[in-house]
Design a binder for this molecule. Structure first.
Ligand SMILES: *Cc1c(COP(=O)(O)O)cnc(C)c1O
Length: 338
């Protein structure tokens, strides 16, 4: 069965242009910095996000962990949202590998408040850990794909700067955020010190993420990447797909957002109602008098639609490059007949 797979944009298949680029690219030993395709990707990625330098990493999780490790010392405290991917879904790497503890704030709307942040930054006291880093996320995954506006990010970054604390932004879907906010990417990121973004999600590359920031920071992160076992050799074959992702797949994200809004507008069903729509995410609320959420997911799978569980009574549909306008019509139709 050919499923309409709305579980995540991580399921995207690499495009034909990516496959071609992957077999034809020149490669070398990247630990010696001799892979021309990786070098090119890192240069172009840094320029794209307006930072001095960038590092190609195997996953978003490793990129975020490297950011935490490289910005902090073991025993520091970092401030981040209670729903942040780094806190919720990265297997506790911040504690186990970076050796930091987390101070979590309410980010249910996508970002925590300046007021909460100010109360949470540690002053000097013999009992306290040092606040070593502040982490933000954009788009915010657990908040339902919310694109956090520049003004909110800059407000946090200003407080951080005054206290001499770096800011890392988990931008797994930063291009979805910039698309939704209709803002230039380097402008959106101007006030954060470092950013991680994924080539592998909506941009459809098979593997890889980028960590970007100042040159000296990236060189230290490069050494930490080696320690974690992320020093790859002829990985230019992977970076080649990443280059196509950056060059060809950012512009089209607006199509995904349009289809998300179409799905949200057209949901007409006794079984589900619209909870929220943001960027490429559509969150649906299940009528639990008619369906148990997990049973509904099973039923939809029977009908050729894969969709994610997003908490009790909630479903998440993510629109991406492998979802067509016709697919959305089919989904709307299936829901209306349940
Ligand atoms: C997917 C995701 C990550 C991690 O990326 P992986 O490549 O899956 O490790 C980090 N942050 C957010 C917000 C994500 O959605």
């Amino acid at each position: 069965m050919n499923f309409i797979d709305l579980r995540s944009d991580t399921v995207t298949q690499p495009t034909e242009n990516m496959r071609t680029a992957m077999v034809t690219s020149k490669v070398g030993d990247d630990v010696y910095k001799e892979d021309p395709t990786i070098n090119k990707l890192e240069r172009i990625a840094a320029e794209l996000v307006g930072k001095e330098a960038a590092l190609f990493v195997p996953s978003g999780t490793m990129g975020n962990l490297l950011a935490v490790m490289t910005h902090t010392q073991p025993g520091n405290e970092i401030i981040l949202g209670a729903n942040a991917h780094i806190f919720q879904y990265e297997v506790g790497g911040l504690a186990k590998i970076a050796g930091v503890q987390a101070r979590t704030l309410d980010d249910s709307k996508g970002i925590f408040s300046a007021k909460d942040l100010k109360k949470s930054i540690r002053e000097e006291d013999i009992h306290y850990p040092k606040t070593g880093l502040i982490c933000l996320e954009n788009t915010h995954n657990k908040a339902g794909g919310v694109a956090v506006p520049k003004t909110k990010i800059d407000e946090i970054a200003q407080i951080a700067k005054a206290e001499n604390i770096p800011v890392h932004l988990d931008g797994a879907r930063i291009f979805n955020a910039a698309t939704e906010l209709d803002i230039a990417i380097e402008e959106l990121l101007a006030e954060v010190d470092t950013v991680m973004f994924c080539l592998s999600k909506g941009l459809s590359a098979p593997v890889g993420s980028i960590l970007a920031g100042r040159s000296d920071f990236i060189e230290r992160a490069r050494k930490n990447r080696k320690m974690l076992g992320g020093g790859m050799r002829q990985a230019g074959f992977l970076a080649a797909a990443g280059l196509v992702a950056i060059e060809e797949m950012i512009e089209r994200l607006k199509n995904d957002h349009q289809l998300a809004k179409k799905l949200a507008r057209s949901i007409n069903s006794k079984v589900v109602s619209l909870e929220s729509v943001n960027s490429n995410f559509v969150i649906l609320k299940v009528n639990q008098e008619l369906y148990d959420t997990k049973e509904l997911i099973e039923e939809l799978a029977q009908q050729g639609i894969k969709i994610s569980y997003f908490g009790p009574g909630l479903l998440r549909a993510v629109i991406h490059n492998d979802i067509s306008n016709e697919d959305i019509d089919t989904v709307i139709d299936v829901f209306s007949k349940l």
